[in-house]
Design a protein around this ligand. Sequence first.
Ligand code: ADP
Ligand code: MG
Length: 861
Amino acid sequence: MNVAEETPMMKQYKKIKAQYEDAFLFYRLGDFYELFYDDAIKAAKELEITLTKRGNKNDQDIPMCGVPYHSAEQYIATLIEKGYKIAICEQVEDPKKAKGVVKREVIQLITPGTVMDGHVIDEKENNFIAALFPFEDGTATFVKADLTTGEMKGTMLSEDASEWEREIVRKEIKELIVPPSWENSFDEYAVVISTELATELQEEFMPLCDQLHHEKLKKGVALLTNYLKRTQKRVLDHLQPLEVYDVNELMQLDVHTRRNLELMETLRDKKKEGSLLWVLDETVTAMGARLLKSWLEAPLLDRKTIEKRHAIVASFVEHFFEREELREKLQDVYDLERLAGKTAYGNMNARDLVQLRTSLQTLPAFIQILEKIDNPHLLELIEKCGDFHELQTLLEKSIVDDPPVSITEGGMIRKGYHEQLDRYKEASANGKAWISQLEQKEREETGIKSLKVGYNKVFGYYIEVTKPNIRYLEKDRYERKQTLANAERFITPELKEKERLILEAEEESTNLEYELFLEIREEVKKYLRPLQETARVISEIDVLLSFATISERYDYVRPTFTTDRSLEIKNGRHPVVERMIGQGEYVANDMTLNHEREMLLITGPNMSGKSTYMRQTALLVIMAQIGSFVPATSAKLPIFDQIFTRIGAADDLASGESTFMVEMLETKRALTKATPNSLLLLDEIGRGTSTYDGMSLAQAIIEYIHDYTRAKTLFSTHYHELTALEETLDTLHNVHVKAVEEDGEIVFLHKVEEGKADRSYGIYVAKLAGLPERVVERANELLYQYESKEMDTVLEQTRKETVKEDAEQLPLFSWVEEEKRESEEDEREDIVNDIKKLDVLRLSPIEALEKLYTYQKKLQS
Ligand code: ADP
Ligand code: MG
């Protein structure tokens, strides 16, 4: 189609659409939002609505679809949930007054990171929009904000890409803003990307960066706020000053480790049930639930802060009644964070104010109980709570108990709050009372028993008389208004006057109520910061109460921290497995690690509990470092800086990379990034390749960690040959998970013991299964042969290449080499003895030559 033929409206459409290429343009046309061209085709599919063509003569071929204005919300929600963006384009002038095409503008860009609609947002999860600003030196600034609560956090990232990934790939990051040149750099992360050009911090947002010493961080804030301002086109007063976090002050858990350890959801089904969060989450408020998640994402490194949390949990554990009372009170505390956000964002209604009021009314009693517990750290926390006495009184006086959702239809303000409003309401009430008596009065006056007084929206108040009775009416007083099939409706001058008064009073009162409501809302807005602070304190207490509740219910213990990197867990349990199989069923296990015992090589038959033992250790460490108690009878732990895991994952296949490649990538990360203060879990490394290949790799990896990385390491393996490493690697120790035979069956005891496992379980099981005796015998025979062969292979493979030149360690399997040397010496001695005994003069030259030949042969071998 020729451009010249386009209608003016389509020209306008295209002009606007050009500015919002990556969004669906919801173009307002009367009572509909219409979508055109590719937008229409895609939206019709996603929303399952009918695709049509535009009917105008000039643009007949344009694909089009539309959603009704009044139900647009649900369609928008659907698209947002699928990760799309929507530009809402409204008519911004009265169509009647417009000359030519009605003026239209995009009034808001709704995106997964900026959506505020309660249908879309999970109340127990943060909805972060993040900005990443990369610098020339390879570092970057990362800032994230939650528009529903106003919280804003930021950090600096190093050149390390896995650090970027760690921050970006999180479930609660819904959208990432980057400079345009970086638009396609994060495709693999499956996060919604938006771009922003403007990188100068605008004056109005400077207070958010007041406390910042790091100039670079401001770039991130600028990128984020500029994008928000450009797309949201409204006040962003509730954004809180940037809270800077240092990734080095938090325990670093990369994406894989978070997934492997099933902190938030299970690997297989992505369900909360079966995750650590599921065990720990007994929070009462949505704010608490959100905070717990963010704690789990970033356990602490600072010992003092962690111990403060432990101390509060301990107090809560001791004070059972207070704890229960506190949790009961929390039922009446609403989502203060999001309520505060709504105040500033301007989408708060009277019901929200009632929620706020109820929360504020609960607060003093809540605090009083906390004071009773008398823990210095708790008192310190309480200090941060604001004083809302005045606000509470205002809300008590002003807002009724059960206001409507709408803020423009009255019914919100309490009687006695405003004199003029009361007068209007009284006038309307008086009028209504007069009308309610009218029926009786008119019946008496006219003698018509069936006479009714009624009201409808179109005609207002009326007196209804059935047709046969009309003749009884006084002619001049009753004015006909409406005729029905067998009745007529009338109005009298007095009724008309009363109606006018009522309507007038009602309109005035609705208008006044709206004004008063806005005033009250402004008043609430003044409390924005204290509300946000208080919300934070309450959520923290909620989480700590949750920890205490869990600790008591499942018998957890307060962990303590060591400073010499040693670890001593007595009767540790896996918090999730324990919950799944029932308390008491779980077999508790000890673990000891210290500077002489940095690595454990864990053997044991399949399904004996190797992986569980390893994971349990990591979970205990994480629990301890977020401030929770741990499932054990005692736990002394070092503070770990990072945890790395290589644990077979079911979802690797789906992600495209081959399992073995994933295994090696994860292992690489662990080997190169770990420090002596890290914890490494390596579960059956090498399983994904052939036996020798896998075993050699496993051994080399163990040696590398032993020699270079020196992190605390738990290494499970099915290669029994590796247990020989204990002899040569001084900090490596063998442990095994025990299984025994009982009545002809293997019983897994799940008990971890020192030393290596018996190895013949496979053949043993085969025997149990009743395989022919011959097979079992032959298998045992072969096994024996393979074992000795492997030994040969291992013998040949000296550690010369892998060991540092200067390392003082004994070479691998030196005891075996020792043996070999010893036997060579024996042989030499034999030869020497032989020679000594020789009567040389009696030998023929040929015989002598022969002897010499054999000796040489022997010595050379
Ligand atoms: P492996 O890694 O040795 O093959 P797993 O750690 O996967 O074995 O454990 C297999 C199953 O055994 C687990 O699913 C769990 O139900 C059970 N299990 C493991 N450890 C224990 C334990 N300490 N107490 C009770 N059951 C356990
Ligand atoms: Mg396993």
